[in-house]
Design a protein around this ligand. Structure first.
Ligand code: PLP
Length: 492
């Protein structure tokens, strides 16, 4: 061997010296993963970690190697038994999907194939665009629209609100910044709007006050007359009304703003119409309920969340923009090291021109594989099923004198509380919070809570393809049992 070859032989790599060992371990991991999902219903919906488990996560930076099998054993012992729990059939907190095995395989294969979805002429890039096209079709957007897969709904909303700002700024805001805008912009959304919009307007340099929260009607939908009044008031005061954000499925109660009315207001007032459809946009594929989101197809931009309604493993959000050139003009930059070539790898479209990331993960594959396996119609039926389950739970609550429904059930979110005779709002909150925490600690079910029109309530968001109706029957009986136990133990 000459010295060059010797040097090459000594070069290190992350690949294993012996792939047969990797094969055995990998088969074991897949077998364990299948067993894990198969038995998920038998495990607690959530459990607290011991001090020992907690301390495992303060171990120092490893400096020397360990066999991969030992590494996996650590994971199997300390990590896998303590998930957030959203894969469990009785997890109904906040609002998230419950993942799926095929999607997990997609994430694995995406990592194996390893492509960077910043762009380029390769198959993953084509698949990324195909999935965006499928999303456009699902919500009724034209084929000429553009879109991008992002980390989640928050990023998808930022994309839409950024395009809105740049289109409505009145100056070249990319070049000159918000300080050069002739008039300060105003955005409008209902007082139920998700908190990510506040972060978005802050990050966009518009400031929190640029997002006016408009009051809602009894159904917690944006009050159209109040919206129009706010727009007129702002014009009078020298602001530039720029964007109205409609929410298709609010996070508090699942209220769906009147999207058709908002589209008309936006057209009359020359506003950008953005729809936060993180919860509800894909109701458009649910045959029994799709009329709830009629008008969404008129939006200028939509944020939706495949890691919610399509149960894609995290992370998977999607921003869609009706006018592809407005979208691209907001983000495209071509530095010298990313110039396209007429042929070859750099001849594909640069997908990073549609958002803020440069390197992008291959999020499309997990969505693509699950959609191919089940077909979009099944995902639509699952959304209908969750809504029907929410109505079932609503009927159980209404039939039970100890329980009180706290807001109308529109989609798959139910808010309620346990009554407590003569108790103040403060006591009711403490009592219901205790019920919620015991449900978690006993591993029965995971709910969250919120405040609706000044009143604290428990919240059941059923975005879960594993939930069955008897899980909701159990929830009601366990809430009643815990309510009795806690009330009996609480003096006065
Ligand atoms: C979940 C949600 C978001 C944020 O989406 P992430 O995927 O969590 O970033 C935004 N708006 C609404 C209405 C949501 O429900």
């Amino acid at each position: 061997m000459d010295s060059l070859q010797e040097a090459a032989a000594a070069d290190e790599t992350l690949d294993p010296p012996d792939w047969t060992e990797v094969e055995a371990l990998s088969h074991r991991i897949v077998d364990d993963a299948i067993a894990y999902l198969k038995d998920v219903r038998e495990r607690p919906a959530w459990r607290e970690m011991s001090a020992e488990v907690r301390s495992f996560f303060s171990a120092p930076l490893p400096r020397s190697p360990a066999p991969a099998a030992d590494v996996y054993d650590d994971v199997a012992r300390n990590l896998m038994p303590y998930p957030m729990g959203n894969i469990h059939p009785r997890f109904w907190s906040w609002y998230m999907g419950s993942s799926n095995f095929t999607g997990a395989l997609g994430d694995f294969l995406a990592a194996i194939q390893g492509s960077n979805l910043g762009g380029g002429n390769h198959a993953a890039g084509l698949m990324d665009k195909q999935v965006v096209n499928w999303m456009k079709e699902m919500v009724g957007f034209p084929a000429s629209a553009s879109g991008t897969l992002v980390s989640g709904g928050s990023m998808a909303n930022i994309i839409g609100l950024t395009v809105a700002r740049n289109v409505k700024a009145g100056v070249d805001v990319r070049e000159r910044g918000v300080g050069a805008m002739p008039k300060p912009l105003r955005y409008y959304a209902s007082d139920q709007v998700h908190s990510c919009h506040r972060k978005a307007v802050e990050a966009l340099g518009l400031g929190n006050r640029a997002l006016r929260r408009i009051s809602t009607d009894a159904g917690l939908r944006i009050d159209i007359a109040a919206l129009k009044a706010a727009i007129a008031e702002d014009r009078e005061a020298g602001f530039r009304p720029a964007c109205v954000i409609g929410t298709a499925g609010t996070v508090n109660t699942g209220a769906v703003d009147d999207l058709q009315a908002l589209a008309s207001v936006a057209a009359e007032e020359d506003l950008w119409f953005h729809v936060d459809g993180c919860i509800g946009a894909l109701i458009a594929i649910a045959p029994e309920n799709r009329s709830l989101v009629a008008g969404i197809e008129q939006a200028d931009s939509i944020a939706l969340d495949p890691h919610k309604s399509l149960h894609a493993p995290f992370e998977a959000g999607c921003a869609l923009v009706r006018d592809a050139s407005q979208h691209r003009n907001t983000f495209a930059v071509t530095p010298e090291y990313l110039e396209s070539t007429p042929r070859g790898l750099a001849s594909g479209e640069w997908l990073h021109d549609y958002g803020l990331q440069t390197s992008r993960g291959f999020r499309a594959l997990k969505i693509w594989m699950a959609l191919k396996e089940h077909g979009v119609e099944k995902f639509g039926r699952l959304i209908d099923q969750n809504i029907a389950q929410a109505r079932h739970l609503t009927r159980l609550i209404e039939a039970e004198p100890a329980l009180e429904l706290m807001s109308p059930t529109i989609i798959n979110i139910v808010s309620f509380r346990h009554r407590l005779d003569g108790a103040s709002e403060e006591k009711l909150k403490a009592f219901n919070t205790e019920i919620m925490l015991r449900l978690q600690e006993e591993g029965i079910a995971v709910l969250s809570d919120t405040t609706v029109q000044g009143r604290h309530c428990l919240r059941v968001a059923i975005a879960n393809h594993r939930t069955r109706r008897d899980d909701l029957d159990l929830l009601v009986s366990e809430v009643l049992r815990l309510g009795q136990e806690i009330a009996a133990a609480t003096p006065g």
